[in-house]
Design a protein around this ligand. Structure first.
Ligand code: CA
Length: 232
């Protein structure tokens, strides 16, 4: 079945060019011209991916993203940021976006990212439950790769798909340091486009969810100049 992409963007010219190119690649396209309409369409139609502009009438892209994530939505979200401003990228990732792309963007790069983010999610969904697979545990945090759930001290923790993948990757080899580049490739599924800041922001968000004291982490540790690893 074809995949559906929701475009939330108030500039009609951008919507049209995105729509043309996505449809040519075989995607179905939904469009919303403001943040509130985008939020409603995302909730009603459950698209496979959302391209979300930041500056939108009625509700900005960060708020749309945050609202969706708070509601438990795990749809991959790529933020379209207008400026080459670091703060916009970081805000987007902190709001729960999986990825961002800066305008003006190359259509080829955008299509590659759309494909990578959708493929990543489909692979995860298609992963069969493995009999006998083990609960991964570090401290009081447990990750269940079969039911795809995370708990801390027995209480469920809401994580995004990328955060879950990141935890599985780190918890699968306690003590082993993973470089940011390696995590970007394995978890975000692309080697060239990514900015390793993406990994740092995701780790920071995860720490806020699973560490007793995010400023003094015991579960996900930093090896300076090398990368991240988890405690044993
Ligand atoms: Ca806009």
């Amino acid at each position: 079945m074809g995949k559906t992409v929701l475009i939330v963007e108030d500039e009609k010219a951008i919507v049209e060019i995105l729509k043309f190119n996505l449809q040519r690649e075989g995607y179905s396209v939904l469009e919303a011209l403001d943040g509130e309409a985008g939020l409603e369409l995302a909730q009603a139609e459950d698209p496979d991916l959302i391209l979300l502009d930041v500056m939108l009438p009625r509700m900005n892209g960060f708020d749309v993203c945050r609202t969706l994530r708070e509601g438990g939505c795990a749809i991959p979200i790529i933020m379209l940021t207008a400026r080459e401003e670091e703060s916009d990228k970081v805000f987007g990732l902190e709001a729960g976006a999986d990825d961002y792309i800066t305008k003006p963007f190359s259509m080829r790069e955008l299509l590659a990212r759309v494909k990578a983010n959708i493929r990543r999610r489909s692979l995860d969904a298609a992963q069969p439950a493995q009999p006998g697979s083990q609960l991964l545990k570090v401290g009081d945090v447990a990750v269940d790769p079969v039911s795809m759930t995370v708990t801390k001290g027995g209480a469920p923790v809401d994580v995004t798909q990328k955060e879950f993948d990141l935890l599985v990757r780190l918890f699968s080899a306690p003590g082993k340091v993973c470089t940011r580049e390696e995590l970007l490739e394995k978890v975000w599924n692309y080697a060239y486009f990514g900015d390793t800041r993406t990994v740092d922001v995701a780790v920071r968000r995860l720490r806020e969810k699973i560490e007793d004291d995010p400023g003094n982490p015991k579960i996900i540790l930093t090896r300076r100049g090398a990368g991240y690893y988890c405690g044993e």
